[in-house]
Design a protein around this ligand. Structure first.
Ligand code: SF4
Length: 173
């Protein structure tokens, strides 16, 4: 993404070109992997044991006390370096709930800086408060259910409002 307060139009141009190359690199990596090398191109990373929801169909949130075992920031950087060096160009972050990590913005920045396409699966409950640190996230996948069923399924009152907050155009039906 291009910063809103870029220093100059030339800077924007360079950033845009760099971003296009990154996305092209991710696409070519996928193509090469599927057609020629059959090597992995997509790093899917369960980045934390923790989750702030209690979804009925999931037991992952019960692992939240194990968050202290999460790979630390430097370890994630190392993982990304190794993945990049092995030819991977897309990074998919899931959990648990990735946004409960304090360093999630820095990790996304690092991944994009290395040249990855950055994507994330999130319950979006913290998206409004973390949005400013996620300018380098390319895609976020969010599941929403019909109004009160959303909260019922996730075991947490206010989940729908948190997820469909001011950062989205979603309205209650
Ligand atoms: S938000 Fe995801 S990880 Fe958390 S409890 Fe629900 S399904 Fe499981």
């Amino acid at each position: 993404m291009i910063a809103e307060n870029s220093p100059s139009p030339e800077f924007d141009e360079v950033e845009r070109a760099r971003d296009s190359m990154r996305l092209l690199g991710a696409f070519l990596s996928m193509l090469k992997s599927r057609v020629i090398t059959h090597r992995r191109f997509y790093l899917a990373h369960a980045i934390t044991f923790g989750c702030n929801s209690k979804c009925r169909m999931c037991t992952y949130w019960q692992l939240t006390p194990r968050m202290k075992e999460d790979l630390r920031t430097e370890g994630v950087y190392q993982l990304l370096d190794e993945a990049y060096d092995s030819g991977m160009r897309a990074y998919y972050i899931f959990g648990g709930e990735p946004l409960i990590r304090k360093d999630i913005g820095r990790i996304v920045d690092y991944a994009k800086g290395r040249g990855f396409l950055t994507t994330m699966n999130t319950n979006a409950s913290l998206l409004a408060s973390k949005a400013a640190s996620l300018t380098n996230l390319d895609l976020a996948f969010v599941s929403l259910d019909y109004n009160e069923y959303h909260d019922l399924i996730r075991g947490r009152k206010g989940s729908f409002d948190d997820a469909a907050g001011p950062h989205t155009q979603v309205e209650k039906l």
